[in-house]
Ligand binder design. Structure first.
Ligand SMILES: Cc1cc2nc3c(=O)[nH]c(=O)nc-3n(C[C@H](O)[C@H](O)[C@H](O)COP(=O)(O)OP(=O)(O)OC[C@H]3O[C@@H](n4cnc5c(N)ncnc54)[C@H](O)[C@@H]3O)c2cc1C
Length: 261
């Protein structure tokens, strides 16, 4: 199988800070990591190669420093890496990002499966995986917690749902987003680290992937961020005291007072 894993470099902070003037992420002085959900996607790609043979390629769209994420992926046991980087991609929303990644996947040729994380911990939209599938017109499954089987042009997976799981079968090639329940990502090996240092990582421009300039970066991004803010917490909680009967009476009285029922 030829498997592509899309990974995103994200800021390593629990609370992402936003520049109130520009409404963009503050990246200066913030160390970067591979989006945690993408570690599970990479591990699953490697496990599928171990089961079915083939190769695993990681792909990221990002600035030149995103190369570090790709080298880390190689140290885990990924075969090849491609950085999709161009000033024309700056300001991309999820629509432009999905289109760009789909064009790069098209250039890789004869891909069977694309794996993504279920969402990025900074942008958090969970739109890029389905967006790639839509652009490629391939089958799609989100929240995949297990890949049961792949072969004869089909793949069968379990999708995590709120109240259990679905078993879904789709034709290959396909795109899937994975949840952390799918596996336990391995640590980089010494051999992998040595390879990561030496490997040449190609950088593909907008021209190299044959993209339509109108669909890239700010130009190709209909989403506009007007304002980003942390909502103020206005409601004050109250802990009811006393015997259960008294508490219920108080609660019912409060609900009636608020005209909820
Ligand atoms: C108007 C606008 C302008 C923006 N400008 C910028 C900007 O200038 N610079 C900037 O960094 N961000 C910018 N963003 C944010 C950017 O659009 C998103 O970070 C990006 O589209 C991915 O969306 P997400 O983070 O919600 O990913 P999700 O959809 O939550 O990610 C799901 C999965 O998709 C894959 N994935 C996501 N992004 C990438 C990627 N880049 N490469 C490979 N795989 C990926 C990963 O597997 C990930 O786990 C902008 C957003 C908007 C709306």
């Amino acid at each position: 199988m030829k498997i592509v894993v899309c990974i995103k470099q994200v800021p390593d902070v629990a609370d992402v800070r936003i520049d109130p003037e520009t409404n963009t992420l503050i990246r200066e002085g913030v160390p970067s990591i591979i989006n945690p959900f993408d570690m599970y996607a990479m591990e699953e790609g490697i496990r599928l190669r171990e089961r079915f043979g083939g190769e695993v390629i990681v792909l990221t769209m990002g600035p030149p420093q995103a190369e570090a994420a790709l080298r880390e992926a190689i140290s885990m046991g990924i075969d090849q890496a491609v950085l999709v980087s161009d000033r024309a991609f700056a300001g991309s929303d999820t629509l432009a990002t999905s289109y760009t990644l789909a064009m790069a996947i098209g250039k890789l040729g004869a891909v069977d499966l694309v794996l993504c994380g279920k969402q990025a911990i900074d942008g958090d939209t969970a739109q890029v995986g389905p967006g790639i599938a839509e652009n490629l017109n391939w089958g799609f499954a989100a929240y995949v917690r297990k890949i049961e089987d792949a072969g004869d042009g089909e793949i069968t997976v379990e999708r995590l749902m709120d109240d259990g799981y679905d078993v879904v079968r789709t034709q290959l090639p396909a795109v899937m987003t994975v949840v952390k329940e799918i596996n336990e990502p391995r640590l980089p090996s010494l051999k992998g680290k040595m390879r990561a240092k030496k490997i040449e990582i190609p950088v593909w421009s907008s021209e190299a992937i044959g993209a339509d300039p109108e669909r890239l970066g700010l130009k190709g991004s209909p989403t506009q961020v007007w304002k980003i803010f942390t909502p103020e917490f206005r409601r004050k909680g109250e802990l009811l005291q006393g015997e259960p009967r008294e508490q219920v009476d108080r609660l019912v009285a409060e609900i009636r007072r608020m005209n909820i029922v």
